[in-house]
Design a protein around this ligand. Sequence first.
Ligand code: ARG
Ligand code: ZN
Length: 892
Amino acid sequence: MKTEHAPTIRRADYRPLSWTVETVELHFSLDPEATVVTNRMLCVRNPDADEGPIRLWGEDLERLSLTVDGQAPQALRESGALIEIDADGDRAMVEVRTRIDPKANTTLSGLYLSNGGFFTQCEAEGFRRITCFPDRPDVMARFTVTLEAERASCPVLLSNGNLIEQGELPDGRHYARWEDPFPKPSYLFALVAADLVALERTVRTMSGREVLLQVWVEAGNLDRCGHAMDSLVHSMRWDEETFGLELDLDRFMIVAVADFNMGAMENKGLNIFNTKFVLAKPDTATDVDYENVESVVAHEYFHNWTGNRVTCRDWFQLTLKEGLTVFRDQQFSADMLARAAGPEGAASARAVKRIDDVRVLRAAQFPEDAGPMAHPIRPDSYQEINNFYTATVYEKGAEVIRMLHTLLGQEGFRNGMDLYFSYHDGQAVTCDDFVEVMSEANNGFDLDQFMRWYSQAGTPRVKASGEWSAADGSYTLTLAQSTPATPGQPDKLPLVIPVAVALIGPDGRDCPLRLEGEAQAGAATRVLQLTEAEQRFRFVGLAAAPVPSLLRGFSAPVVLELDEDDARLAFRMAHDADPCNRWDAAQRYAERVVLAMAADAAAPVPDAFVAAFRALLGDGALDPAFRAQALALPGEAYLLERMAPADPLALRAALVRLTRTLGERLAADWLALLDAMQVPGEYRYHPADAGRRALANLALRYLAAAGHAEGLARAQARFEAATNMTERFGALAALVQSTDPAREAALEAFHARYRDDALVLDKWFALQAGAWRWDDAAAPTLDRVRALLSDPAFSLSNPNKVYALLGTYFRANPGEFHAADGSGHAFWAEQVIALNAKNPQVAARMARALESWRRFTPALQASIRVQLERVLASEGLSPDVAEVVGKALGGD
Ligand code: ARG
Ligand code: ZN
């Protein structure tokens, strides 16, 4: 680990390598502490590059030997991880033998151990921790892999592609040989050697090929794989039907591992997943877990085309595969929900999914875009690529693809995708290549200005104002855009912003829209293209002053600024025909109320707001899943973002007061809703049932927060009688959110029931770390978190545990974490330093919890600065954490 900060890598410095690799033969002699890797790669000169040496990267390796065509190399230079070798001719067989210690590898990058098994994670630059290799995504080679291990501890030996041979070896060992027919970059390499069992299914692809699907897990988890398998089959069908894309291998494997830095990884034919996104059964997984499993399985499966068949030229292009694949998984989930809801409920079901996506974007991406790590979806520079697997690259990246889809239409988009594969299958390409084919497939559709979405950071503001003219029945809408400065980008240019617009009449119905100059009125929702700093749109033929409904379906990732008084928000909460905007009206109203309460501790909860809330609550015509969204207050992270200066303590006090008030004043309504939302019969994962359970759980939370006696009794009873995790955990969460002493007993009972279940214990840790108040008096949440650090089930080496306990406390509990005495901040520094020594990627993710500190009140800033400086000055700081903390302190 280096102490000096890592150098900055720049996108503009990209050069193709002088030598690439055609074929790789890997041999692994697996041993927990001394694995020997033999790597024979056929290196070939790259005709499209300048003359130069063979370049390989190796990190944390013990190199046993290196030969070129069987000889010692004529010249070999090393600097840091880079090895340069001079070679003559056009082809060279380079053989490298390395020894690695998987047991000592706590970074979970490269080859590591988890519960006695061997697993790999190579994206982005983990392959160089296994062997020396030109470890860049623009080097695509054909891999053959032989694994050798002890049969007793590792009966299952897996790698990418097809199994071509297996057999016994002396001394209780055995081997397997795998061949991947598709050339791939090294980041998609994977191996697994462990004691696992598989759920199997064979299905036919659209061209009629029979393929074997496997979900590999530890023996005790075989009853939790069915949903992942179903999700995989649905994903395959969807990609065939929607994009004509078929599985290209005879076998597709998913493997679950308990120690994993991220969600999952799309290694060719051998996806490796965090157990959290594979395992699900009614007693241990909530409806949300089921949904997440489905979408992550889909995401990784979709990468097989968008990521693997066509990959990224360099890591700056990450959004090429991630933004596109997130967009694809979002569309898939929306289609699945719509199908389950049937024709009647399809539109609302889609909207609920869209609202989920918007919530994530606002809670995670908007703050990132406003902070010291702000970057375009295609960054221009980085110090550590692992820090750029961000909400911007993923979620905003998906929004950019969605806007393309909006501009080109479903058919135009599909034509673009077809052309993309016909031109670039088997290649490593750039975001420009993608946008170019989209244009070409659509009669040269001009996307030049659109490309600014790839290069400009920051969340654009769209300011809207309208002018009604009773004299001629016209409504003039003025839209003005601007993007705030971000680090390194003081000036911004206008973007192409699709703004979906409707005008609501006084009767609550959408008016048919007719722009000045048009012969007749058209559809009620129209997508306007805002391309200049300011533009005017004049609608004519209106009978009365309309209420605008803008950015319907959240048609662009921007902040919409529109002056609307309370009455108008309540009107849109009741009448907006677009569920996303109806939800957004409720969010805006709630935001206004809660921020006023945060600014003035004596400010009351307005009666009109309570009434508007009650109207939504009791509207039985509305889908329960939608009501659960609309009745949930805006997220704390998003609200902090909207507050200047951000004062997490005042905000928390306001949220507690507002939640209690809504619980108390609407108690009878919540109780009635609880009765109405019962789901009879055995648990099944179905969106309609999930919506009812979500709404019931929300009702319990409001009641419990208000300390309502009957509400608490209902929560207690539901906790005890629950037949599935969604209801059991929902009730427990409500109890924990109250200050009722019964919560301790409930937490204990929950723990006793699930003491051996790692994933359920993660929920138990997270619930306590995220609790609003541990006690009205002493014993704040920090004491609880500290105590849980030494719980036997907790481990700083397991990312899921760290995310559950520390991640929840640092990122999802600002009202406690930012305690005025600074104790939370000091604890943060202590934990980031401890994690840094074990797992820099996880440490960096935790470190980011304080990056937006400059937005806070002066007293909090002073407290945080000390701790940021303490971390930056600490011994052995990884480039990962150094980049985050360095940028947070930047400018000082
Ligand atoms: N490509 C994976 C996914 O989005 C994420 C892997 C990221 N891993 C990392 N260490 N940065 O599906
Ligand atoms: Zn991905």
